[in-house]
Design a protein around this ligand. Sequence first.
Ligand SMILES: *Cc1c(COP(=O)(O)O)cnc(C)c1O
Length: 385
Amino acid sequence: MKKQLTKKYNKQKKLFVPEKMILTAGSSISKKEISYVLDAVSNGWNEHAFDYLHKFEYAFASYIGVKHALATSGGTGALWLGLATLGIGPGDEVIIPEITYFACSDVVVLLGAKPVFVDVLKDTWCMDPKALKNAITSKTKAIMPVHIYGNPAEMDEIMDIAKKHKLKVVEDACPAIGAEYKNKKPGSFGEFGAFSFQGAKIMVTGVGGMLVTNDDALFEKAVYLNDHGEAKNYRKFWQTSVGYEFEMSNLQAALGLAQLERIDEFVAKKRQIFDWYEKRLRYVDGLSLNFERPGTKSNRWMSSIIMDKDIGIQRDDLREALKKRKIDTRPFFYPISMFPMYTEQNTPIAHHIGLQGINLPSGLQITEKEVDYIAKSVLDVLGVS
Ligand SMILES: *Cc1c(COP(=O)(O)O)cnc(C)c1O
């Protein structure tokens, strides 16, 4: 019945209907990427084994506006290494927003420390500085703000609180490459910033990440720990600490360098995609979209909607109905304290956002026609059209 209606509706309005599922993410690979990777695989060996790695790290640090960058196996490895370098361990507490990818809490737990989950802001979906302040105890050692879905966290307030309480800050800027907070890039505020180039992110290396810092000594220590704690200057294969190996390959760095050289194009496209959605969905009662506070710029990594509870359809039923129309979506990240390893926290905003939020298709290849089709489908399922 519903299907028939849709068909009829499609016919009347001459709706474009996709042949394949429209996916939530998707990268853009051009001749530049292919030529850099071909060069790396052909020539990037022996004395050239680190050429692309060093070029990529140097270019990334200057793009973010920091002194140092270390390419890693992924965003998770970068977060882990950052916390390890700061000496986070048993007995320490690290404050994390509820709405994030579970990499954040995993690395804290794996270091023997305790993640403390706090609520988020209703508009930006990032850590609420008031909730952060209330969660600080004598055991708190670090704060991990997350620039979720490319929306910048409130870094002025968070850095003030960190300074006042002498806490370290490791920013999860994994999805936020190209975002801005008061003319500075997320990831450049704390002791460390972590980025991800996983396949769904705005720029990709397949898997991969980057750890950045402005602190010379911390950078040196991170490099040393990521080299298994080998005291290279003393003796080859002489270890003075147990360590890690969250490495990126030169081949991936070649891909990453080419992607970074095109980052402005990617951010512009992501913002364009959001504008297309916003034009069509912003007036719908019961839906809220990504929000940009004055003085900030989101990279609009994922165009998203939050559904009011009384909108008349369950979040997952809307996702199911969209899937039938060949529209792929992602649920928001669940509040992490809901998982069985933790004690569920009273974080009403995170619970609302985490259970009512949907990431809409936002891949770099998406067209306005497709966005139009998706927005019309959302309206149709909601009964607004
Ligand atoms: C993507 C992402 C990560 C993890 O990055 P990986 O490279 O997959 O390890 C961590 N945190 C957030 C908020 C992310 O979006």
